[in-house]
Ligand binder design. Structure first.
Ligand code: SAM
Ligand code: DTB
Ligand code: SF4
Length: 310
C-alpha cells in the first residue's frame, strides 16, 4: 500500500513534471475532452446539529442561510428534470443532518432516490452518518453513489469538526461500501490546513480499499458567520497539485472540481481539467452558495470539452 511519504513525493515534485504525469495517467484512463455534470439539490436546509467550522448550515453559526425541512418528492422530481434538461447526468441530494433518522423522512429520501433513477439519471445522496441497515435500504432503492467526505487529514479533523470523528466517517464509508453503493468522498482545501494535511487527506482517500469512485475536491467557500469566514485563500497552484495528485493516486476515479469555482479563473479551471479533473457541479447554486451555472457553457466550449451523456 502506498505510504504517506510516497504521496508527498508525488505531490511535491516539480510542478510541470507533476502535471505531465497526471495528464498521462488521465488520458490512459479517460477521454480528456469529456466532463461529467452533476447538479446539487439541497433537500433539507440549515439548522444542522453538527459543528463543522466551514459550514453555513450548522445551527452553531448565524449565517442567514435559508432554512427548510425535507423537501417533497415532487420538488425533487422537478429539480431533477430541470437538471437533466440542462445536461446533468447525476443529481446529488444533500441534507443538513448529522445522519438520517429512520421513519417518515428517511422513507421519503428512499422515494426521492427511486424517482431520480426512474428519470434515467444517476442518484447520489449525502445525509451524514449512516448505519449498515440504512445503507442497505438506500442500495435497494437503487442509489448510485453516497457522498461522505473525509474533508481533511486525520490529525486536522478535530480542529474543524468537534461533533464527530474521522473514524465515524470511515465507518459510514465502510457501511456504504458493504451495501454495494459506490463511494463519493473527498475534502476541502483552504481551511488553514498545512500542505501535510492535504497530503494526509489524499493518502487517506487513496488507501480506502477500494478507493472512492468519485473524489470531490472543494475549495472552501468562506461564508460570513462561520469561524472560517476570514480564512486565507489557498494558492491556486496548491489546488492544481491536489487535483493532479488525486488523479495519479486514483487513476480510474472521477475527480470533481467541486465547490469554489466562483473564485477560480478560467485558466485555473483549465489547468485542473488538464491535471485530471473530469467532473463539476452544474447550475447556479451549490447547496446554499453560488456556482457559475450559465457561464460554464462558454468555458467548456472554449476548452473544446463536452458534457458526458448517459
Ligand atoms: N451533512 C452531511 C455531511 O456533512 O456529510 C452532508 C452535507 S455537507 C454540506 C457535504 C459536504 O459539503 C461537506 O462534507 C463539505 O465537504 C462540503 N461543504 C460544506 N460547506 C462547505 C463550504 N463552505 N465550502 C466548501 N465545501 C463545503
Ligand atoms: C461536495 O463535496 N461538495 C458539495 C457536495 N459534496 C454535497 C457541497 C458543497 C457545498 C458548498 C457550500 C454550500 O453551497 O453550502
Ligand atoms: Fe451539518 Fe454536513 Fe454542514 Fe456539518 S457539513 S454542519 S454535518 S450539513
Amino acid at each position: 500500500m502506498i505510504t504517506r511519504f510516497q504521496v508527498q513525493e508525488i505531490y511535491e515534485q516539480p510542478f510541470t513534471n507533476l502535471l505531465y504525469e497526471a495528464a498521462t495517467v488521465h488520458r490512459a484512463n479517460h477521454d480528456p475532452t469529456r466532463i461529467q455534470l452533476c447538479q446539487l439539490e439541497n433537500i433539507k436546509s440549515g439548522r444542522c446539529s453538527e459543528d463543522c467550522k466551514y459550514c453555513p448550515q450548522s445551527a452553531h453559526y448565524d449565517t442567514g442561510v435559508e432554512e427548510y425541512g425535507l423537501e417533497t418528492v415532487e420538488a425533487v422530481r422537478d429539480a431533477a428534470l430541470a437538471a437533466r434538461e440542462a445536461g446533468a447526468t447525476r443529481l446529488c441530494m444533500g441534507a443538513a443532518w448529522r445522519g438520517p433518522k429512520d421513519g417518515r423522512d428517511f422513507d421519503r429520501v428512499l422515494e426521492m432516490v427511486r424517482e431520480v433513477r426512474s428519470l434515467g439519471m444517476e442518484a447520489c445522496v449525502t445525509l451524514g452518518l449512516l448505519n449498515a441497515q440504512q445503507a442497505q435500504r438506500l442500495a435497494e432503492a437503487g442509489l448510485t453513489a453516497y457522498n461522505h467526505n473525509l474533508d481533511t487529514s486525520p490529525e486536522f479533523y478535530g480542529e474543524i469538526i468537534t461533533t464527530r470523528t474521522f473514524e465515524d466517517r470511515l465507518a459510514t464509508i465502510a457501511n456504504v461500501r458493504n451495501a454495494g453503493i459506490t463511494v463519493c468522498s473527498g475534502g476541502i482545501i483552504g481551511m488553514g490546513e498545512s500542505r501535510g494535511d492535504r497530503i494526509g487527506l489524499l493518502h487517506s482517500l487513496a488507501t480506502l480499499d477500494p478507493p472512492p469512485e468519485s473524489v470531490p475536491i472543494n475549495l472552501l467557500v468562506p461564508v460570513a458567520g462561520t469561524p472560517l469566514e476570514n480564512s486565507m485563500p489557498v494558492d491556486s497552484l496548491e489546488l492544481v497539485r491536489c487535483i493532479a495528485t488525486a488523479r495519479i493516486l486514483m487513476p480510474t476515479s472521477r475527480v470533481r472540481l467541486s465547490a469554489g469555482r466562483m473564485r477560480m479563473s478560467n485558466e485555473v479551471q483549465a489547468l485542473c481539467f488538464f491535471a485530471g479533473a473530469n467532473s463539476i457541479f452544474s447550475g447556479e447554486k451549490l447547496l446554499t452558495t453560488p456556482n457559475p451555472g450559465g457561464a460554464d457553457a462558454a468555458l467548456l466550449a472554449a476548452l473544446g470539452m463536452e458534457p458526458e451523456v448517459i
